[in-house]
Design a protein around this ligand. Structure first.
Ligand code: C5P
Length: 288
């Protein structure tokens, strides 16, 4: 469905600059290994105000620039995959010029790539006059990553299946917290491969969700132990953070970043980067 030349000229004058937030998993329960190579999980996801900034404009072909030279800017980047997906589903032919200012550390379990993909779908839809509904964007996005639909929610959601099935929740009360990211990152497939399902405590995720909603926060992450097995230094980092007075120190997603809750301040640890963050949310029809 190519647009007329006049319409294209109008659209391409527009530029959007959007924040692309990170997430944490307040709890993450892995249920079972599936035959398609994924795992069924149950997790409470929450967006936080540690954000990348992405500028978008329409042009003839895709072009991606990034301030971080370690980030691939070719078709393996989820921004380009999201642009391809949007064109495939809508039939539109536009390309996207994208400037990505990266602040969310990668291989951290903070969902930076998935967030960038969701932000791209939202931006592309805005720039082209809303050819898709939000529900369509959520549905389509799961084809390129399990966590991407979550970033199209309001910012708090209970996710099941591969992570793509969402029950959206009212915002949780905001909590100031710290993110501590060890220099070394972790690969998501490697962590899942290393997971021993027989060693997991069979917690009831619905029970945990209800407790969270009632204000009784019991954070846990079934992927923490396999991460500790693969990177034993993480155990020392977690201990140092707990010793400094935090009530809760937990790895997020498949790591290697931790979130820390409580009144303490993180100690200065070698080879780690620390971020002070809050929860954030998205109001209906607006971006973060
Ligand atoms: O869906 P996504 O591309 O983010 O997943 C990356 C990898 O993480 C998958 O290829 C798989 O190895 C692992 N994964 C999993 N179960 C999930 C989500 C991810 O095993 N629910």
């Amino acid at each position: 469905m190519p647009l007329s030349t006049a319409a294209f000229q109008n659209y391409r004058l527009l530029m959007l600059s959007l924040a692309s937030p990170a997430k944490i998993n307040l709890f993450l329960r892995i249920i079972s290994r599936r035959t398609d190579g994924y795992h069924d999980l149950a997790s409470l996801f929450q967006t936080i105000d540690l954000t990348d900034t992405i500028d978008f404009a329409l042009q003839d072909k895709d072009e991606l620039f990034c301030n971080d030279p370690t980030i691939p800017i070719d078709s393996s980047n989820l921004i380009i995959k999201a642009a391809d997906l949007f064109r495939r589903k809508t039939g539109l032919k536009f390309g996207l010029k994208v400037r990505l200012h990266k602040k969310i550390p990668h291989q951290a379990g903070l969902g930076g790539g998935s967030s960038n993909a969701a932000t791209t779908l939202w931006a592309f839809n805005q720039l082209t006059g809303h050819p898709a509904t939000l529900e369509e964007l959520k549905l389509w996005s799961s084809e390129i990553g399990s966590d991407i639909p979550f970033f199209l929610s309001g910012g708090t959601a209970y996710c099941t299946g591969r992570g793509e099935m969402m029950r959206e929740l009212s915002p949780l009360p905001s909590r100031k917290m710290w993110i501590v990211k060890p220099k070394q990152g972790l690969s998501t497939p490697a962590i899942y491969k290393h997971l021993d399902l027989n060693k997991l405590i069979k917690r009831d995720p619905i029970d945990h969700l209800q407790r969270f909603i009632a204000g009784d926060w019991q954070c846990f992450n079934d992927l923490e132990q396999p991460a500790f097995d693969l990177m034993p230094d993480l155990v020392l980092i977690k201990k140092a953070l707990l010793d400094s007075g935090f009530n809760t120190v937990l790895m997020t997603g498949s790591g290697s970043a931790f979130f820390c809750l409580g009144e303490a301040s993180p100690p200065s640890l070698p080879n780690t980067t620390t971020y002070s963050v809050n929860f954030c949310h998205r109001a209906a029809n607006t971006w973060y």
